[in-house]
Design a protein around this ligand. Structure first.
Ligand code: BGC
Length: 495
């Protein structure tokens, strides 16, 4: 449905009701709830574009209406997500990996020992030395290493040899080259895990695309590269950054049962009943719950979410490193939000609604956050300066800057809604009296509105489930060491 209404706001493009200023646009009847409350459906609406030129405002809103999702559409996304979860857990075809991480319990405050942790997922690789005493982190030494484009796009062998060289360099600087240490490897890509310490890469995501990794166990490859350098390091756990975030979060708050990353990429994990998980490669009779890595970045890759996809998403996907893959991540991940904003402004420019087409690659997700910040504080000059630079010096007026801020708002609002659908669905599935959700990632930390929007939308979508969003710190470092300690505890209990 596409309906433009005078002096109002079109709500939904997916065949649902259209509400304008409290009236049903198709028949004019009032839709406000009892006692003047804003009805449920209307609470998903972003505010209308507030510029003096009403004709331009309406034209821009009409052009961008496909980015506005109504409550009914979000409910439908939730239903599809639930179905895909069930399929994934049962090993039926699904766009969700629902990977068993083999982590059967969370920190209990007894974690002890010294650990190395490796964190690979973005353009920086981190090596950490961590010491836990009575569950508390008492020492953390860290070194960052840049991963060049050549390494991210070269062969897997070269990449993993580089990682092992970094570990050697780190141990030399810590004067620990001969030390025997357990290592937790946070590998923030989808994996098929065979155990808590082994797993194969399924596909690269974000800005990695190394060759020769099909069917390769990434923990075993790392282990070999470390041994080749004479290091006495044992890869004890292989985990995803969401899992590390959940574990690190549970260390702060025992109600944490969900881990979420909203950074360059996006993903979630949660504690699932072990009997609902069909992929096990080891005995698990005594396991009650197990952490499942959802890999929601790939949600919809089988076409089940095609009703959401806009022309702007097609443009972002088409020019991405891994086209037609991880389509959901391209709606919410920091790697893509800037490109999405660029695609939207290019679309508006083609229709004469924006003065120039921004150059591809010039707008980043930090700019989406910046435009949102300016919008919150009623500023426009900084937005205009960024746009002028991104549009090769084109003149950008205050109204143009407000139009771009509106586009950033729609993109942010949709991202918040989609991630909220996933979290709300998980909360309903776990059905706990209260659950905390540990969240990490640059987009969550830096975007001025995202957290507030997520609080609002999760509450609207799962109204009977109490929850708290908890900003988690360093799941890939601390979470990795805690997971290694948990693995050691579980192994000791078994033997
Ligand atoms: C990866 C996930 C990861 C997420 C956040 C995605 O691209 O597939 O495994 O958790 O990024 O880093």
């Amino acid at each position: 449905m596409s309906l433009v209404v005078e002096n109002g706001h079109k709500e939904c493009v997916n065949g649902h009701k259209v509400y304008v200023n409290g009236k049903n646009a198709t028949n004019g009847s009032h839709v406000n709830g009892v006692n003047g409350e804003v009805p449920w459906e209307k609470q998903f609406l972003p505010p209308a574009l507030d510029i003096d030129d009403r004709a331009r405002a309406l034209a821009v809103e009409s052009r961008l209406s496909s980015l506005v999702l109504c409550g009914a559409t979000l409910q439908k996304v939730g239903e599809v997500f639930t179905r895909e979860i069930e399929n994934g857990l049962s090993k039926r075809p699904s766009s969700l990996q629902m990977e068993n991480t083999y982590i059967p319990e969370l920190p209990d405050g007894t974690e002890e020992g010294v650990f190395l942790a490796l964190d690979l997922g973005g353009t920086n690789f981190r090596v950490l030395f961590l010491e836990l005493r009575g569950g508390q982190l008492v020492r953390e030494d860290v070194k960052h290493y840049h991963i060049s484009d050549a390494l991210r796009l070269g062969t897997g062998e070269e990449l993993f040899n580089f990682l092992a060289d970094c570990v050697l360099d780190f141990l030399r600087s810590e004067d620990m080259v001969d030390r025997e240490l357990s290592l937790g490897f946070t590998f923030s890509f989808p994996m098929k895990q065979h155990s808590i310490s082994s797993g194969e890469l399924i596909t690269w995501t974000k800005s990695f695309k190394c060759s020769g990794m099909d069917g390769v166990d990434v923990a075993a490859l790392l282990q070999r590269c470390l041994w080749d350098r004479g290091l006495k390091i044992t890869v004890q756990v292989l985990l995803n950054d969401t899992t590390g975030t959940l574990v690190a979060g549970a260390h702060m708050d025992p109600d944490v049962a969900v881990g979420v990353i909203l950074g360059t990429g996006s993903n979630g994990c949660y504690m699932e009943r072990a009997d609902r998980v069909k992929h096990w490669e080891s005995a698990h009779e005594k396991v009650h719950d197990v952490c499942v890595d959802i890999e929601w970045g790939a949600f919809g890759d089988n076409g089940c979410l095609s009703f959401l996809r806009t022309e702007f998403d097609n443009e972002v996907d088409g020019s991405s490193l891994l086209a037609a893959s991880f389509t959901f991540e391209k709606y919410i991940g920091g790697k893509y939000l800037g490109e999405l904003l660029c695609a939207v402004l290019r679309g508006l420019a083609k229709d004469g609604l924006f003065p120039a087409e921004p150059i591809k690659g010039e707008l980043l997700s930090v700019h989406v956050s910046m435009f949102e910040e300016d919008n919150v504080s009623g500023e426009w000059q900084r937005t205009a300066d960024v746009l002028c630079a991104a549009c090769a010096g084109a003149k950008i007026s205050r109204t143009d800057a407000l139009v771009a801020q509106h586009a950033a708002r729609l993109i942010s609002n949709r991202a918040a809604q989609l991630v909220s659908v996933c979290i709300a669905t998980i909360l309903k599935r776990m059905d706990r009296a209260h659950a905390s959700v540990a969240v990490d990632g640059s987009v969550f930390k830096k975007h001025p509105r995202l957290r507030h929007l997520m609080d609002k939308y999760i509450a609207l979508l799962a109204p009977h489930h109490k929850f708290t969003l908890l900003a988690a710190e360093d799941g890939s470092g601390k979470g990795s060491a805690l997971t290694a300690a948990i693995a050691a505890r579980v192994a000791a209990r078994k033997s």
